[in-house]
Design a protein around this ligand. Structure first.
Ligand SMILES: CC(C)(COP(=O)(O)OP(=O)(O)OC[C@H]1O[C@@H](n2cnc3c(N)ncnc32)[C@H](O)[C@@H]1OP(=O)(O)O)[C@@H](O)C(=O)NCCC(=O)NCCS
Length: 278
């Protein structure tokens, strides 16, 4: 007799909700339900929370879908049990935003087990949550260049190239920095907009605070900004050997779509091309 099928080792769990939003409350809804919104911040208290996506139906006015990603259903249920009062309070506060809401379903997706490393403790997510993500300005140039120089695996530009980002006639870009409570810059992301395409050119988090969710917050902010600018996809190149960055992008749903042979020099190496459809 065959054994009962067991759950594959590397699954993550997502809950998909559908909302019909009142016409005059759409902006408030997008803020509260977006990847940086009140719900995402509340979920960040939970060990095992990954991220939230907010998707607008372009054909039906006011219809939205949210997808909350968790490392497991147990992680979500544990979070809910531990934060029931805050969960119910926020749910109540949000009632006036919508005319209807409903759970479409709960899903599980198999992902490589190493992406499910149990390690996102509350204190880790707290640390990232305390950072402020804001638009970069020319005054951030020394900090950006300093962070980039320390990050061996980052893309390397000269200072003039970074300075050019802030010129009036520069190509359209999204440049964000992450500041800690003391105002120190701990990370940045730079991306170029070209029509519906958004090229993630560089992302760096200071070595001492990696694996604390800072890169995720920067990437979430970039995704939100790119969507606002009507970008349809984010693409990037990464060194084949940059396993950490590849795992990071794959966790966010970037799909490997191609390879540029010997694209990088010092040392010579292939570039892998990843794309995230927005
Ligand atoms: C890539 C980078 C920006 C990620 O920043 P970060 O703040 O460490 O990322 P996060 O803490 O938000 O990581 C989110 C998830 O991505 C994955 N991840 C991130 N770094 C990883 C690594 N080194 N190995 C495996 N998985 C990794 C993990 O799944 C992680 O979640 P977990 O810690 O709960 O397991 C950071 O490692 C960095 O600055 N690297 C050097 C610069 C660089 O190479 N940039 C990319 C240029 S293309």
């Amino acid at each position: 007799m065959r054994n009962k099928p067991t759950k594959p080792p590397g699954c993550h769990f997502s809950a998909v909700w559908e909302f019909c939003v009142r016409t005059d409350r759409r902006r408030a809804f997008e803020k509260i339900y977006g990847p940086e919104g009140d719900w995402a911040r509340l979920f960040s208290r939970g060990d095992g929370y990954i991220r939230t996506e907010l998707i607008r139906d372009p054909k039906t006015t006011g219809r939205y879908v949210t997808v909350d990603f968790w490392k497991s259903r147990q992680a979500f249920e544990r979070f809910k049990k531990q934060n029931l009062v805050a969960y119910k309070a926020l749910d109540k506060k949000c009632k006036s935003l919508t005319t209807s809401e409903g759970l479409i379903g709960e899903f599980e997706k198999q992902v490589p087990p190493d992406l499910l490393r149990v390690g996102a403790t509350t204190s880790k997510t707290d640390l990232a949550a305390k950072h402020v993500i804001r638009q970069a300005t020319l005054a951030d140039l020394p900090a950006i260049v300093g962070l980039e120089r320390e990050a061996v695996s980052a893309a390397h530009w000269n200072e003039t190239a970074y300075r050019d980002i802030f010129k009036q006639d520069a190509p359209a870009r999204i440049a964000l920095v992450s500041n800690d409570q003391n105002g120190a810059t701990q990370g940045f992301v730079v991306a170029r907009l070209n029509g519906q395409a958004c090229e993630l050119e560089n992302i760096v988090v200071v070595n001492s605070t990696r694996r604390h969710g800072m890169g995720s917050r920067l990437l979430q902010a970039l995704i939100a900004d790119a969507r606002k600018q009507r970008a349809a996809r984010i693409f990037l190149e990464v060194r084949q050997s940059n396993a950490g960055a590849r795992a990071f992008y794959e966790k966010f749903g970037f799909a490997l779509g191609g390879r540029r042979k010997s694209y990088y020099s010092n040392p010579v190496e292939d570039a892998l091309l990843y794309t995230l459809m927005l």
